[in-house]
Ligand binder design. Structure first.
Ligand SMILES: Nc1ncnc2c1ncn2[C@@H]1O[C@H](COP(=O)(O)OP(=O)(O)OP(=O)(O)O)[C@@H](O)[C@H]1O
Ligand SMILES: [Mg+2]
Length: 278
């Protein structure tokens, strides 16, 4: 059965999508070397905002509403999920469940009026759980039913945080949502860790805030991701960073190249493998 990892933070622009794209791609690379075709990874795009995974990481742009995640979430009976899952351009064992921007906004509006509106993503994914080793869910930068669905469907949550005073102060609300999900749906829901992203090492406050984070969430701070032009360029080239900056000669099991961003996201992949017991 797949391990489902949701990338969440209600704050916008903290590196959720970048983390989802690179974690999913890194897991796919890692698993391909070890398990061949069986190590499949699914990335679920729940973000109705502009940073849709399809347009950032994949060649295809808009998919019709009827062939996107929103139809699975709101239509009854829902269409077939198998037909909707698309292969990625870059990794043979990576797949995407795409979203359509307008349809997703409409789905978010409709969902509060529907029955079982917190467990719809869980139910949608149940059918494909056995086909994947990992499912990575990217979420929108706000609260509401889409985020709740992504939390309820998760086994583990990764919370990207930008180490600024504003970035850290916003975490309490997410914490409360996670507590509610534990209480009502899933006591075992695990915070896999807080991932400091967009870290600028020359800024003094960054170190201060990282220390505060470590105090507030002992042993839950993941190895950090620096601000890196490779990540921004990979994003605008519609690639994950491992595809954008591959090692000159890739050896089996090797993710990282000379690019520091690949080393940092490779470390996240290893940590995820370790902590999920895969
Ligand atoms: N470590 C990094 N170094 C440099 N640029 C980054 C890094 N992480 C993310 N970015 C860039 O910052 C912008 C915001 O990142 P991203 O889209 O991943 O955030 P998000 O949390 O998904 O945003 P939203 O909440 O709007 O969905 C993007 O342009 C992305 O390319
Ligand atoms: Mg995003």
């Amino acid at each position: 059965m797949a391990v489902t990892i949701t990338i969440a933070n209600e704050k916008g622009g903290v590196g959720k999508t970048t983390t989802a794209v690179n974690l999913a791609a890194g897991l796919a690379l890692y698993l391909r070397d070890r398990e061949g075709a069986d190590g499949r990874v699914l990335m679920v795009d729940m973000d109705p905002q502009g940073h849709a995974l399809l347009s950032s990481a994949y060649g295809q742009h808009d998919v019709p509403a009827s062939e996107s995640l929103s139809a699975l979430l709101v239509e009854s009976p829902p269409p077939s999920i198998q037909r909707m899952i698309k292969p990625s351009d870059h990794h043979p064992n990576l797949y995407v469940l795409p979203s359509n921007r307008n349809a997703m906004v409409e789905a978010a509006r409709l969902m509060p009026t529907l029955m079982a509106n917190e467990t719809r993503l869980t139910n949608v994914l149940r059918a494909v759980q056995p086909q994947f080793a990992f499912i990575v869910v990217d979420t929108p930068p706000n609260t509401g039913d889409l985020l709740v669905n992504a939390l309820v469907a998760a086994d583990h949550i990764i919370i990207p945080v930008e180490p600024s005073y504003l970035g850290v102060s916003g975490l309490r609300e997410l914490q409360m949502s996670i507590e509610q999900v534990r209480l009502h749906f899933k006591p075992e829901l695990n915070i896999l860790g807080y991932l400091p992203t967009l870290c600028e090492e020359q800024r003094i406050e960054v170190r201060e805030i990282l220390e505060q984070l470590e105090q507030r969430y002992p042993h839950q701070i993941l190895p950090l991701i620096h601000k890196a032009s490779d990540l921004a360029y990979a994003h605008s080239s519609h690639m994950d960073v491992f595809t954008y900056k591959p090692p000159r000669q890739r050896m089996a099991g090797q993710l990282a190249s000379s690019s520091r961003a690949t080393q940092e996201y490779a470390l996240l992949v290893e940590t995820v493998i370790e902590r999920t017991g895969k």
